[in-house]
Design a protein around this ligand. Structure first.
Ligand code: AMP
Length: 345
């Protein structure tokens, strides 16, 4: 074992004083509105729901709300049952935004009416906002930052079983079960959550068991994967394909994971027609999901109006011309990386 390796982490010594300041702030406010990003995913649901559970357990007298009308079907069992804030709730309230890098992605148009705003996030910081900010770019999920807030709170925000389940779900969905560059802190937090008695088998069964129809869809749609000479795999899920298989937005978007282990393809891209279509039947815009190993794709996402993480980002293109241009840019990234390190294949 490395001399300096620790089996116990002292979370209180990280990120300066900001976690204590966040707790002071939570303690002070009677009304707290938790916001997350548009099109919420597992981590957005886990971090918002986990925080909601923790604050309510520690301070039952506070009014804690989650502001998001949008749901995420595949993690529906983990949605907190909080009420949506009314216009009057914003006055004198504290807003905590989780898992959201930029203000335009916050799924609440009124959060600025709150008195104070806290940002808790793990995305690459392109746009600082909020009066207090706890951003840890190197961590695979925002949910684990919520757990860390609890574990370094000296008992002010104690972990609960209900919070632990939501947080663990957020951690496994954003890291694909701890596959992507796990940090020691991440695994220590996961271990502590398991000690709370969460049923990991139930969580994995909720998340990863697939319907018969979806497995059949996967088999036919795999035929659509294309590959460039340089080594970019991609798939275009048009509106027609979505209609043909009766796909939900989430099902259509899930195809990105079908390409994540193709030898010789370190970048893979899913293009999904955004629905509904324009009145004249044309596509308004195309969602892009960018994934990679070894080489970063976040700057590529920035170029097309998006962002995210080094190896998992999102963007939007407006037509197939822009789609081709994005694929060509991705090709250039692979070529230049392989020139420097041909061993990756
Ligand atoms: P997705 O492919 O939608 O799962 O996105 C991958 C990561 O990039 C997630 O962490 C998203 O929050 C982030 N992301 C997706 N779209 C955007 C965008 N337009 N701007 C900034 N970040 C994004």
């Amino acid at each position: 074992m490395n001399e300096t390796a620790k089996t116990e982490y002292d979370f209180s010594d990280k990120y300066g004083n900001v976690k204590k300041e966040i707790l002071d702030c939570i303690e002070k406010y009677e009304k707290i509105i938790i916001c997350r990003h548009k099109r919420p995913d597992g981590d957005a649901v886990g971090s918002s729901g986990g925080l909601w559970e923790l604050i309510r357990a520690a301070w039952p007298e506070k009014k804690v709300m989650i502001s998001s009308e949008e749901r995420c079907d595949y993690v529906a069992p983990y949605e907190a049952v909080g009420t949506m804030p009314l216009p009057v709730d914003y006055q004198g309230a504290l807003c905590i935004v989780v898992d959201t890098a930029t203000q335009d992605r916050i799924s609440d148009n009124y959060f600025q009416n709150c008195e104070k705003c806290i940002k808790i996030d793990h995305h690459i910081e392109t746009e600082p906002y909020g009066d207090l900010s706890f951003v840890a770019e190197d961590r695979p999920s925002c949910s684990e930052l919520i757990a860390e807030l609890s574990f370094s709170s000296d008992g002010r925000l104690p972990m609960t079983l209900a919070a632990a389940e939501k947080i663990y779900m957020g951690m496994v969905t954003d890291s694909d079960r701890f596959r992507y560059d796990p940090k020691p802190e991440t695994l220590v937090i996961a271990a502590r959550l398991i000690q709370f008695g969460i049923n990991t088998e139930r969580i994995y069964s909720n998340l990863y068991i697939d319907t018969f129809e979806h497995i059949k869809f996967k088999a036919s749609v795999t035929e659509l994967i294309q590959r460039t000479d340089a080594g970019v795999a991609y798939m275009y899920i048009t509106a027609d394909i979505q209609k043909k298989y009766g796909l939900s937005r989430e099902e259509a978007s899930s195809v990105v994971s079908f390409m994540d282990r193709i030898k010789g393809c370190p970048i893979w891209l899913a293009f999904i027609d955004n629905m509904p279509l324009n009145d004249d039947g044309t596509v308004e815009s195309i969602r892009v999901r960018l994934r990679s190993r070894f080489m970063p794709v976040d700057k590529l996402a920035n170029k097309y109006g998006g962002g995210g993480h080094e190896h998992a980002s999102g963007a939007t293109v407006n037509n197939t011309e822009e789609m081709k241009s994005l694929i060509a840019d991705a090709d250039a990234i692979v070529v230049s990386y392989v020139q420097r390190d041909p061993t990756i294949f």
